[in-house]
Ligand binder design. Structure first.
Ligand code: G3H
Ligand code: 13P
Ligand code: ZN
Length: 307
């Protein structure tokens, strides 16, 4: 059933579990996410970036919306990293129930003003709004405090930002970054900062963790073994994800893990059978691999069995 982002996230925050926002770009990824959600009885957020909308067009939004409606678990359809008011309006017209406006690259006042405009439009049609404060970047543990402060979310600013914009959930910068290179070994997460932000926003307020993929080393090894090339890839440690949830994070964004699962499996299938040319025999196993990864994430976040 199609619900809003806030419907899903306010319950998650209240009950102390996290919900995955998984990026989709096509039918197989959408099916993998929803099959895992049905199997695990978990609420879920289907995230579409502007790149996804450009790639998949009207066919993708129709597919995603219909699949979300048909699901027997709560599903929100969410615009990931919306870059403009226009982009948000288009998503709302397509029937998205949740949108992100990302003006985190602008100065504070511009971010507030642009975000506020989106909140007015989205709330008028019953959709939820996420916005971001701070820069997503991997930081080393030993980096000086003022350097961290320049990049990461300032707790007091976060409180003012939420009050002035009226957003429903806030994406914070606490050391995570997008993609497979999040830092060496176990990438550093600023848990003290996260706790402080949550304390100022209150015990019911849902926070969002972008760049939260785990980058499983097993997938990296399989990707390499099947001929893929990737550098020193590391993701967010499962214990850091669990800790972040206990500290106030309710929405956990995951894209890279699905990309790795898809590509590793496609490479394996093609390498194992050079004669294969039926797309279903290539994409089917990749879909199954992504379903497995999503289900594992749902268990980690504690959302399994909540729907
Ligand atoms: O945060 C970004 C997501 O991983 C989506 O990436 O813009 O390449 O679709 P994309
Ligand atoms: P990952 O690159 O860690 O999967 O993060 C995805 C994300 O934050 C999408 O908004
Ligand atoms: Zn993101």
């Amino acid at each position: 059933m199609l619900v809003t982002g806030l419907d899903i996230l306010s319950e998650a925050r209240r009950e102390g579990y996290g919900v995955g926002a998984f990026n989709t770009n096509n039918m197989e990824i959408t099916q993998a996410i929803l099959e895992a959600a049905e199997e695990r009885r978990s609420p879920v957020i289907l995230a579409l970036s502007e790149g996804a909308l450009k790639y998949g067009g009207r066919e993708l939004t129709t597919l995603v919306r219909e699949a979300a409606r048909d699901a027997t678990v709560p599903v929100a359809v969410h615009l990931d990293h919306g870059s403009s008011y226009t982009s948000v309006l288009k998503a709302l017209r397509f029937g998205f129930t949740s949108v992100m406006i990302d003006k985190s690259g602008e100065d504070f006042e511009t971010n507030v003003a642009e975000t506020r405009r989106v909140v007015e439009a989205a709330h008028a049609v019953g959709a939820s709004v996420e916005a971001e404060l701070g820069r997503l970047a991997g930081v080393e543990e030993h980096v000086a405090v003022d350097e961290k402060d320049a990049l990461l979310t300032n707790p007091r600013e976060a409180q003012i930002f939420v009050e002035r914009t009226g957003i429903d959930f806030l994406a914070v910068a606490v050391g995570t970054s997008h993609g497979p290179y999040k830092g060496k070994g176990r990438p550093f997460i600023d848990h003290e900062r996260l706790k402080k932000i949550a304390e100022l926003l209150g015990p019911e307020y849902p926070l969002v963790l972008h760049g939260a993929s785990g980058v499983p080393q097993e997938l990296i090894q399989r990707f390499r073994a099947a001929g893929g090339e990737i550098g020193d890839a590391h993701g967010i440690h499962p214990d850091d994800v669990k800790m972040a949830i206990s500290e106030g994070v309710a929405k956990i964004n995951t894209d890279t893990d699905l990309r790795l699962a898809f590509t590793a499996r496609v490479r394996e299938v093609l390498a194992a059978d050079p004669k294969v040319f039926d797309p279903r025999k290539i994409l089917g196993p990749a879909r199954e691999e992504m379903r497995r990864v999503v289900a594992e994430r749902m268990d980690l976040f504690g959302s399994s069995g909540r729907a």
